[in-house]
Design a binder for this molecule. Structure first.
Ligand code: 5AD
Ligand code: SF4
Length: 481
């Protein structure tokens, strides 16, 4: 905005239309996984070059974009409710245009335009660079759709605009898409085949974040352990790569090593890992570098071998235990969290008990638990009947959540009396006198502010805990500042 005023004062040749263009306001919001939030930052960057400034105010927007999630039916319903809200706003702001991005856009394609009259624009996760053209179409009064999935697109050349950032932690995407084909999951259909981003562009993006004083970076992908850079192209085409490409390829362990080595003061995290792709090399690199957080999000989905097979999870319960044992042997203090689905088709009480007993064995620090939601087009939807009654799914889910809560408390109690390093991220939601931050294990700690500030690494003595939070007092700066 300021730049435009300057230019007009200096009498430079901006005509009225250009000025109008430069003053357009974009309201963008995201639902679903971190990948979507990260993609919205890429979209904001693409549109900033087209003269769009972001606004927090829906009523002011010339263009509203909603980045959508399809993972469960509830996620889609949430977006549809938001569209109703936009509809109401459009009555007072009739010029407002509405676009849907992300997984629902990819899943529903042009059907979206028929189902939701408010929508002018539908853009899938690999087509964001086409947004300037698509918006031109919309400006000319036509609806616009681009849902073409790509073999190469990683947006590696785009420097994201950090939206609603705390200035401390940021996400950097390293892979897109997923080749795993879990039978319950819509992601391979909405985000396409797996491809990895050039390591140089990853290092460059992190360098920019370090220069802006960010302190914690999370490397992001649907399946980070499967990262493989051999000069571009799909993961599945690596078999066709040249000998040179194979010899110089960078896998996830190597990438982690490079990033950790180059930015020793930066806390590094990564998500999500899939058990069958996580190698001992990755665990050893985690152990080697102090700045790689000792935390792994390692979804299991079910503790039953039969259900794992039905889910096409490509590993057994025993193989998962072996991985957990290796992690704990190499990094005893490592925290582990899970994703679990209850009520997958054909799941019996015995299968459910297997999940509970697996949880008893691992005693996860944290978990993300869901009732199975059948997704159109997935292998499970085509081959299996959604036969576990809703109440049974919900009851099993409640049991799993209760067990997880007791395990979280058990894990958190292990920190009481200890003094641990916390990176301060923000004010506590419950009190403006307290800071909130996380330790290396990704556990939240809350403590009185003292003279410390957001972005400081501090040593906090833990005095109490709940199933969600550690409570204590900051005693001094950590030597990581
Ligand atoms: N129903 C319920 N949960 C699902 N997830 C993925 N697909 C489904 C589905 N159809 C969960 C898995 C995954 C997480 C991101 O969402 O646990 O790991
Ligand atoms: Fe939702 Fe999966 Fe798409 Fe992320 S990738 S937005 S979790 S469906």
């Amino acid at each position: 905005m300021e730049k435009i005023i300057d230019e007009s004062i200096q009498g430079q040749s901006l005509n009225l239309d250009q000025k109008k263009e430069n003053q357009r306001k974009l309201f963008i919001e995201s639902y679903g996984c971190q990948m979507n939030f990260s993609d919205s930052e890429i979209v904001a960057s693409i549109l900033a070059k087209e003269g769009f400034n972001t606004t927090q105010n829906l009523e002011d927007a010339d263009l509203v974009l909603v980045n959508t999630c399809s993972i469960r039916d509830k996620a889609e319903q949430t977006v549809r409710k938001r569209l109703q809200k936009y509809n109401a706003v459009k009555k007072i702001n009739p010029g407002m245009k509405v676009g849907v991005l992300g997984c629902m856009a990819e899943r529903l394609k042009s059907k979206f335009l028929e189902e939701e009259k408010i929508v002018d624009l539908v853009v899938g996760p690999d087509a964001y660079k086409d947004l300037p053209n698509l918006i031109e179409e919309v400006d000319a009064g036509r609806n616009a759709v681009n849902v073409i999935l790509s073999k190469e697109e990683t947006y590696g050349d785009i420097s994201p605009v950090r939206l609603q950032s705390n200035g401390v932690s940021a996400f950097v995407s390293i892979t897109r898409g997923c080749d795993n084909m879990c039978t319950f999951c819509v992601v391979p259909f909405t985000r396409g085949r797996e491809r990895s981003r050039d390591p140089q562009s990853i290092l460059q993006e992190i360098e920019e974040l370090v220069n802006q004083n960010f302190k914690e970076i999370t490397l992001l992908g649907q399946n980070v352990d499967s990262y493989l850079w051999y000069g571009g192209g799909l993961k599945k085409d690596f078999v066709k790569a040249s000998d040179f490409q194979k010899a110089t390829a960078v896998n996830f362990a190597k990438l982690l090593d490079m990033v950790a080595e180059k930015f020793p003061k930066i806390r590094l995290r990564f998500t999500t890992s899939n058990p069958q792709d996580m190698t001992l090399d990755v665990i050893n690199i985690m152990a080697k570098h102090k700045n790689i957080c000792k935390y792994i999000h390692l979804p299991i989905q079910s503790g039953s071998d039969r259900i794992l097979k039905e889910m096409n999870r490509l590993h057994t319960r025993q193989e998962y235990f072996e991985l957990i044992n290796n992690i704990k042997k190499i990094i005893p203090e490592c925290a582990i969290s899970q994703d679990i689905i209850t009520g997958f088709p054909t799941e019996t009480e015995e299968d459910h008990q297997d999940t509970l007993s697996l949880m008893e064995y691992v005693k996860y620090e944290y978990g993300f638990m869901f009732a199975y939601s059948e997704r159109p087009g997935t292998l499970a939807e085509r081959k299996l009947e959604d036969d576990v009654p809703y109440d049974t799914k919900k009851r099993r889910l409640a049991e799993i959540i209760a067990l997880q809560r007791s395990h979280s408390t058990y894990r958190h109690e292990g920190y009481v009396g200890k003094t641990i390093e916390i990176l301060i991220e923000k004010e506590s939601k419950k009190s403006d006198m307290h800071w909130s931050g996380r330790n290396t294990q990704n556990i939240v700690a809350v403590f009185p502010k003292g003279d410390y500030k957001v972005g400081d690494f501090v040593m906090v003595r833990i005095d109490e805990c709940t199933s969600a939070t550690l409570l204590g007092e900051a005693v001094e700066y950590s030597d990581n500042n």
